[in-house]
Ligand binder design. Structure first.
Ligand code: SRM
Ligand code: SF4
Length: 558
């Protein structure tokens, strides 16, 4: 590609001196709450986004004040795991430096919002004390590696989880910039120590996402990732992984060249005689994307477009050239669901897990529920680990039978069990992205709106005796798809304030993209349509037929 065609971000990356840019100088500038535009691109690689409070834009503009800039930080938490000590630290960091709310994301990690510029360094330093970091949580590198969340799922969960942690480390950028800028490490004099054969000085053309699923549960929506690894298990033994590439949800309204896509299966790699081949496969899939991904148009830069441009056969051949071996033929597997297991569950080793219902993954105390306080009290017992799911849930984990009553008592005391049991099936199967007021790309509300929309949908389901149906419903404030609405049975994608495109026909297992049903609906239209659709579903569905499958059979799409 000609150097002239490179996007602005490509130039910023290459000139950044290992992602340092002028971040340090920008932090020291007290005149503005912001940092320079180039540095905002670099800051993402350190796990942070510059944002502003969109609810207060007009008021600030009227007073001729600059926007109320603040930063969001996202932790790198491979496989979504934390100790109780780390939770306690996170609780206090959130209270001391951010808005106080802890947000569980759709990639099983945590975000804090509203950090003023001067609070970033103390935040990162406090996280570092408990061995947590935000390196590569965002930016054009491999992101948080996600993994099937619920350890009760199978005896090999720990093994697959360990791969998530190892792959995350293996794919980290080599630059020491994070340690220098935020943790006061001395500046490297010998730059050869941070030479990076994978990312070089240009990094990847775009974000890169890896996921590891353990069938039959597809709770991580594995096929929505650039690189999907599906565990192949026989007689309770992990044999290897099917490898799929080219998943991604992001699209742009009105740009037909952009589209959501599910990853396509490429082959199988065994780990029976060692895992070098797995690591080499992952690494070289990323180097091909590094070398062939689009670096002029960031909207077309994800791996899915590289696969569609060059073809899967070409990608496979190129991979074989680089690794020196061919992938085997993909092995059979099947997914049966995608849900979280709310309430108490036990695993193969007799340990207990409690998954409370947490709407849109937002952890805070409000007038209805002192959730954050309850979780702190649980963490203080030191008797539970904290795990996170890609459905924005938290799992109180690895609790011994002896300790279970202690945790249960706290859950009862704070009415968490009552709250979880009272939540309807559709609410428990909902995801909403962050959207307003922090997300700069939001066109409509999402996490602040979906809960109230569901409150209006529930009576319709009740009217048709459909309340127990586990219908997967998801909403995002724009077409980027952070809540994976395109793999929902009912997906809403914001188009403008109060209006959404509605998608139907996705399946329950996350193996089929949905299709657009109607555009630009307001709440009245959404509820009227759903009334008609649910009535028909109740009357005509076959036994056990899921809503998404029924919608497809009825051709409920444009
Ligand atoms: Fe996302 C950008 C939030 C998961 C696709 N995403 C953003 C930003 C950072 C907005 C921005 O660029 O300024 C959002 C910050 C909002 C805020 O205020 O916190 C944002 N994305 C989120 C989270 C927090 C949503 C949530 O409510 O949980 C999720 C954090 C995940 C994590 O922990 O790493 C989140 N984002 C996803 C997913 C889901 C997934 O990965 O399974 C997707 C769809 C899959 C994919 O990558 O295609 C996703 N986010 C995007 C895109 C579209 C990318 C594309 O290829 O077009 C953007 C926009 C962009 O990158 O330019 C984006
Ligand atoms: Fe923001 Fe859009 Fe992602 Fe929602 S889907 S968090 S509105 S970028």
């Amino acid at each position: 590609m000609s150097e002239n065609n490179l996007s602005g971000t490509e130039r910023v990356k290459q000139a950044s001196d290992g992602l340092r840019g002028t971040i340090k100088e920008g932090l020291a500038d007290e005149i503005t709450g912001a940092i320079s535009e180039d540095d905002t691109s670099l800051l993402k690689f350190h796990g942070m986004y510059q944002q502003d409070d969109r609810d207060r834009r007009d008021e600030r503009a009227e007073k001729k004040l600059e926007r109320l800039y603040a930063f969001m930080i996202r932790l790198r938490l491979p496989g979504g795991f934390m100790t109780s000590e780390q939770w306690i630290a996170t609780h206090h960091i959130a209270g001391n430096y951010s808005t106080g709310t802890i947000k569980i994301t759709t990639r099983q990690t945590l975000q804090l919002h509203g950090l003023l510029k001067s609070r970033i360094r103390p935040t990162i330093q406090a996280f570092s004390k408990v061995k947590l970091d935000s390196i590569a949580a965002c930016g054009d590198v491999n992101r948080n590696v996600i993994c099937a969340a619920h350890p009760m799922q199978s005896a090999i969960h720990e093994q697959v989880h360990a791969y998530a942690a190892r792959l995350s480390k293996f794919m980290l950028p080599k630059t020491r910039a994070y340690y220098e800028i935020w943790l006061d490490e001395e500046k490297l004099t010998d730059k050869t120590q941070e030479e990076d054969p994978l990312y070089q000085d240009r990094y990847l053309p775009r974000k890169f996402k890896i996921a590891l699923a353990i069938p039959p549960n597809n709770d991580i929506d594995v096929l929505a990732n650039d690189l999907a690894l599906i565990a192949i298990i026989e007689n309770n033994k992990l044999l290897g992984f099917n490898v799929a590439i080219g998943g991604g949800m992001g699209a742009t309204h009105g740009n037909p060249n952009t589209y959501p896509r599910l990853a396509s299966i490429m082959g199988y790699v065994s780990v029976e005689d060692g895992d070098e081949k797995l690591f080499s496969t992952v690494y070289e899939i990323a180097t091909i994307q590094r070398d062939y991904g689009n670096r002029s148009d960031r909207k077309l830069a994800r791996l899915k477009y590289t696969v569609d441009k060059y073809g899967m056969d070409w990608y496979k051949e190129e991979l074989e050239k680089r690794t020196g071996f061919a992938l085997e033929e993909a092995r059979p597997y099947s997914f049966t669901d995608r849900k979280d297991y709310y309430g108490w569950e036990q695993n193969h080793r007799g340990l207990w897990y409690y998954t409370p219902f947490i709407e849109s993954g937002r952890i805070l105390d409000d007038e209805k529920l002192a959730l954050k306080t309850a979780l702190l009290e649980i963490a203080h017992t030191g008797k539970a680990n904290f795990r996170f799911s890609c459905n924005q849930s938290l799992i109180l984990a690895d609790i011994t039978a002896k300790n279970k009553p202690v945790i249960d008592k706290i859950l009862v005391k704070y009415r968490i069990i009552e709250h979880t049991e009272a939540a309807s099936a559709i609410r428990k199967n909902s995801i909403a992205c962050v959207a307003l007021p922090t997300c700069g790309l939001a066109l409509a509300e999402s996490q602040r709106y979906l809960p109230s929309l569901i409150s209006r949908i529930e009576p319709i389901l009740e009217k048709y005796q459909l309340s127990d149906e586990n219908i997967i419903i998801r909403m995002t404030g724009c077409p980027n798809g952070c809540g994976r609405p395109y793999t929902a049975e009912i997906g809403f994608v914001g188009t403008s304030a109060g209006r959404y495109n509605m998608y139907l026909t996705g399946d329950h297992e996350g193996t089929r993209l949905n299709k657009i049903y109607k555009e630009n609906l307001d709440e009245t239209a959404i509820l009227e349509d759903l009334d008609v659709l649910f009535r028909s579903y109740k009357k005509e569905k076959t036994s056990g037929e899921k809503f998404g499958d029924f919608a497809l059979r009825q051709h409920w799409y444009k």
